[in-house]
Design a protein. Structure first.
Length: 216
């Protein structure tokens, strides 16, 4: 027989509230915050070139920060298990989706520069190969699209692992090249380069420690 008292208790139990610091709410809140700040940068300056460039720089930095958090999550939690690294790993998918959203806003800011200040954009890309950037966006789109359970099942675990491994490495390399090429302009860009190298070192150490046989 079913215990009616237990049924009443379970039905009256309040549903857990969505938390902004984890799960889908995390990705949505970060994406909205980035979009709002970028829009404020443009609106505050009346759509001037400096305001659009500020939005481009801001979204480039938020994209890097979110990518770094997502790309280092698994290795950090394995090597340095702590409350933050556990949160980081459990929300790795949503940090990755927030990174994709940040880069979409970044692309929108570049589009605004192309529409409102076309000569400035042409001068910027005159000596730049845009193909690697387009490939990066294709990887971001594919990885974001397969960050959901249904799409991940559709392509299969093997293809999913290859896509995210190759895409993650390509984006890591793109950030490394982008920041590394600017060190001559400002030594400050050496800091993200060091961070990227540290992340890759952590990933390699974590992979080696996982694959090495444990001593009894």
């Amino acid at each position: 027989m079913r215990d009616k008292s237990n049924t009443v208790v379970s039905e009256s139990r309040p549903k857990p509230r969505a938390r902004l610091h984890e799960g889908p709410a995390l990705a949505i809140s970060i994406a909205l915050a980035i979009a709002v700040v970028a829009l404020v940068c443009v609106w505050w300056t009346g759509g001037s070139e400096s305001g659009v460039r500020a939005a481009i720089r801001f979204t480039a930095r938020t994209s890097f920060a979110l990518f770094a958090l997502a790309y280092s999550a698994s290795a950090l939690d394995q090597l340095i298990p702590y409350a933050f690294t556990r949160w980081q790993r459990s929300n790795r998918r949503y940090l990755g989706l927030a990174f994709a959203a940040s880069h979409i806003v970044h692309a929108g800011a570049i589009g605004a520069l192309a529409v409102w200040h076309a000569p400035a954009l042409r001068e910027h890309v005159r000596h730049t190969n845009v193909i690697p950037g387009l490939i990066g966006y294709l990887f971001i789109a594919a990885m974001a699209a397969t960050s959901f359970d249904c799409s991940a099942r559709a392509i299969g675990p093997r293809a999913w692992r290859w896509l995210h491994a190759l895409g993650g490495f390509y984006l890591w390399l793109s950030f490394l090249k982008s920041f590394g090429s600017r060190i001559a302009v400002s030594p400050v860009y050496g800091l993200p380069v060091l961070a990227l190298m540290a992340i890759m070192a952590l990933r390699l150490v974590a992979k080696l420690s996982k694959s090495s046989p444990r001593r009894v």
